[in-house]
Design a protein around this ligand. Sequence first.
Ligand SMILES: NC(=O)c1ccc[n+]([C@@H]2O[C@H](COP(=O)([O-])OP(=O)(O)OC[C@H]3O[C@@H](n4cnc5c(N)ncnc54)[C@H](OP(=O)(O)O)[C@@H]3O)[C@@H](O)[C@H]2O)c1
Length: 311
Amino acid sequence: MIWSLFGLSFLNILWSFLACCFLVALCVHNIWKKYETCRLYVLFQDLIRYGKTKTNLKREKWLRVFDVPKRWFWQFYAISVCWNGFLLVINLNLIFQHQLHLSWLSGISDILSVVSSTDNQVPQLSTLMVQLLLWIHSLRRLLECLCVSVFSNGSMHLVQYVFGLAYYIILGLTVLFSDHGVKGSGSLLLQMDWFHVAGFGLFVAASLLQHQSTVLLAKLRMGKSGTVETLAYSMPKGGWFELVSCPHYFAELLIYISLSLVLGGLSLTWWLVVLYVLFNQALAAQLCHDFYVSKYELYPKHRKAFIPFVF
Ligand SMILES: NC(=O)c1ccc[n+]([C@@H]2O[C@H](COP(=O)([O-])OP(=O)(O)OC[C@H]3O[C@@H](n4cnc5c(N)ncnc54)[C@H](OP(=O)(O)O)[C@@H]3O)[C@@H](O)[C@H]2O)c1
């Protein structure tokens, strides 16, 4: 592939591009706020907003043709559980039975990856652990979408929906192929290092924070008996909501950082994924924070949008 001639991998180019897109969107959104009536501005806002942050957007009727229900979020995680579970089994087969990838998967690998230098090859155990943690994360989110969260009739753009479906497919391939020349052929347990333990610890803590925040959001719509009483939006309280408007987005960032730790911090591609998540969630958090500030006069001034005490 042409990009490998320059020592680049398709995945590095893709994740850098996506990270840049969301950084630019964040900047454009902040600069462009004054031109609310401009048609291009509305089109842009239609593409970056979803759910509650879309409710106040004044759009022409034809733009609503592309709306799909936000409650379809569960489908992203269902795809992820199936696809990333499948890739995990393939990798286990490769490690324990020394069976090669399926031929079509090897073809994809040739397009996506370049052989890393020996300095930044990650241990086999790291790739396996990240695959497993990603699968657990997807399964938890799927169960939360189906059993915990209370969705309203909010919508997202068809483009966001298709992007969400493709996202977890590419993410799984990124874990498997970004560090083509993995090192460590001995026992998996002998490869265990301090960063596996640290990464796992952070993953558990961040997952608990995200789950707690999801439960607090669901409770905003429930009565004391646990039945749904309203689909309206209220001001979140309790837990890390006292520090930021979107602790679940902050937890998402921490989860991706924890996976980078599990990879020993050696995978440049995964750091680019972290960068993408940082800008993507920062944009969503900024829109959500602005929504709360404009809706609630008494919204706590010290509460940041995304990262406690920082942003
Ligand atoms: N990795 C990625 O690229 C990526 C991208 C997007 C999201 N995510 C993750 O996916 C998870 C969900 O994200 P999201 O953007 O859907 O979160 P969200 O907009 O906060 O929605 C989560 C749930 O809470 C409800 N809700 C939100 N604010 C509420 C309020 N003020 N009062 C009452 N109910 C409220 C929503 O209902 P509605 O149906 O009314 O919205 C929905 O059921 C997050 O943990 C996020 O980190 C990851």
